[in-house]
Design a protein around this ligand. Sequence first.
Ligand SMILES: CC(C)(COP(=O)(O)OP(=O)(O)OC[C@H]1O[C@@H](n2cnc3c(N)ncnc32)[C@H](O)[C@@H]1OP(=O)(O)O)[C@@H](O)C(=O)NCCC(=O)NCCS
Length: 162
Amino acid sequence: MELRKITEDNIDEVIALEVGETQKDFIMATNLRYIADAYVLNAEGEPTIPFAIYADDVVVGFLMYSYDTLDHESFENEAFYRKKSYFIHHIMIDKHYQGKRYGKLAFEKMLVDIEAMPYGEAEYIALFYHTDNIKAKTLYASFGFSEPGIIQDNSIMAVKTL
Ligand SMILES: CC(C)(COP(=O)(O)OP(=O)(O)OC[C@H]1O[C@@H](n2cnc3c(N)ncnc32)[C@H](O)[C@@H]1OP(=O)(O)O)[C@@H](O)C(=O)NCCC(=O)NCCS
């Protein structure tokens, strides 16, 4: 299991990855759109890194995170309000490769990378997942993410202290 930066060698494969039909409601955007968002966020000064997930030299998934401040107004009463964080925008494993622990291994690898604070000091890791996405909930809980009770547009926030 390896995370590799998006290059001209793997971008087409990353864009072609797909989730299952019943999972389409769980994702906010396509991989192509996430890569476009990374371009914009980086240009706006928010370090954002999209990665291809590889298993045995095959592209099986995609993930992306940013270094940012948790300053949304709905976080106002939370301990993490206005604190630096690594924000996980997305993780997906292609439908043909799911259930083989690739998602868990990639997530774990990403957490290890983030714990080295590659873009600056931070106190939290945060993400959102769809309210019906039990697989994602179980995955994040297994790594110690907790839920402060913030729900936005059918998405539940989960946070872990670094
Ligand atoms: C969520 C996703 C990334 C998990 O990747 P995966 O490779 O299929 O999952 P893994 O085989 O690594 O399993 C990881 C963990 O998920 C949980 N999980 C897996 N299948 C599950 C199921 N049917 N029900 C509940 N939890 C499940 C378990 O915690 C599992 O760990 P365990 O085997 O140690 O118990 C992947 O299924 C996916 O891309 N889903 C569609 C996109 C998506 O929902 N992304 C998350 C957006 S927030």
